[in-house]
Design a protein around this ligand. Structure first.
Ligand code: ADP
Ligand code: MG
Length: 253
C-alpha cells in the first residue's frame, strides 16, 4: 500500500514545492513509483515537472469539486516513474466552493482511495494556508512532512500548524503523524542558519531529518526548465542532497 505524505507549512516560500518535486523525482530514481499531487492554485509543482498549465484541461479542481476520477487527470512528468496530478488557477475557487460541499474535508481522501495501491509514494504539495485544501491533504495523508526555512522566525506559525494537525487527528484522521521536519535553505556561512537548526532540533528533537537542504542556486533555476534538479544538473549539490534525503525518507518506509 502506498504511503501518502502531505508536505505542509502555511508559510509561503519555505521550500514545500521544491521539496515535493525533488523528493518525488529522487524517490522515483530509487525505483519507487511516485504520484505528485499539486493542490496549490499557484501550480508551481505542476510547471516544475514540465506540465504546461495552459494546456491542462482537467486538474485537481475537477476532482475535488466535480467528482472527476483522479486517475483521469494523472499526467506523466519529466521524471521517469513520477506522475503528477496538476493544479491550475481554477483551483483558486475551490477553497470557497468546498465550504458548502458535502464531506468537504474528505474529498481528496475519497478520490485517492482507488489509487493508493498503484504507487509507492503519493506526495501532496500543499498551498501556503491552513484552509480546506490543506485540511483535505492532512485528512487523506498517512503523515505530514514539514519543511522549515533556516530564516528569522523559523518557528513562528508552527504552533498553528501543529494545532491544525491535532484537530485533524481528533476529528478526521486519527492515525495522522508527523513524518519529519526538514530544514531548508541552510547557509553555513551565517550564524543565523546554525542557530535556527539548533532551535528547531530543540523543539522537534528526533523528528528533524539528518539531511539538511542547503541553499543552492540550481534548485531555484531548475523549475523554469520544467525539471527536477537531478535532471537539470545531476551533479549539483542540490541534486545530491535531495537524493540523500529521499534515501532517508525511504528508510522510514
Ligand atoms: P513554497 O512551496 O513553500 O512556497 P518553494 O519551494 O516554492 O516554497 O521555494 C520558494 C523559493 O525559494 C523558490 O523560488 C525556490 O526556487 C527557492 N528555493 C527553495 N529551496 C531552495 C534552496 N534550497 N536553495 C535555493 N533556492 C531555493
Ligand atoms: Mg509552493
Amino acid at each position: 500500500m502506498g504511503k501518502v505524505i502531505a508536505i505542509a507549512n502555511q508559510k509561503g516560500g519555505v521550500g514545500k514545492t521544491t521539496t515535493s518535486v525533488n523528493l518525488g523525482a529522487s524517490l522515483s530514481s530509487l525505483e519507487k513509483k511516485v504520484l505528485l499531487l499539486d493542490i496549490d492554485p499557484q501550480g508551481n509543482a505542476t510547471s516544475g515537472v514540465g506540465i504546461e498549465k495552459d494546456r491542462v484541461e482537467q486538474c485537481i479542481y475537477d476532482v475535488l469539486i466535480d467528482d472527476v476520477e483522479l486517475a483521469d487527470v494523472i499526467k506523466p512528468t519529466t521524471a521517469e516513474g513520477m506522475y503528477s496530478v496538476p493544479a491550475t488557477i481554477a483551483l483558486a475557487g475551490a477553497e470557497i466552493e468546498l465550504v458548502s460541499a458535502s464531506s468537504r474535508e474528505k474529498r481528496l481522501e475519497k478520490a485517492l482511495e482507488p489509487l493508493r495501491d498503484s504507487f509507492d509514494y503519493i506526495l501532496i504539495d500543499c498551498p501556503p494556508s491552513l484552509g480546506l485544501l490543506t485540511i483535505n491533504a492532512l485528512t487523506a495523508a498517512d503523515s505530514v512532512l514539514i519543511p522549515v526555512q533556516c530564516e528569522y522566525y523559523a518557528l513562528e506559525g508552527l504552533n498553528q500548524l501543529l494545532n491544525t494537525v491535532s484537530l485533524v487527528q481528533k476529528h478526521l484522521n486519527k492515525d495522522l503523524y508527523i513524518e519529519g521536519v526538514l530544514l531548508t535553505m541552510f547557509d553555513a556561512r551565517t550564524n543565523l542558519s546554525i542557530q535556527v537548526v539548533e532551535e528547531v532540533k530543540k523543539y522537534f528533537r528526533d523528528k528533524v531529518y539528518q539531511t539538511i537542504i542547503p541553499r543552492n542556486v540550481r534548485l531555484s533555476e531548475a523549475p523554469s526548465h520544467g525539471k527536477p534538479v537531478m535532471l537539470y544538473d545531476a551533479r549539483s549539490r542540490g541534486a545530491e542532497v535531495y537524493l540523500d534525503f529521499a534515501k532517508e525518507v525511504a528508510v522510514h518506509g
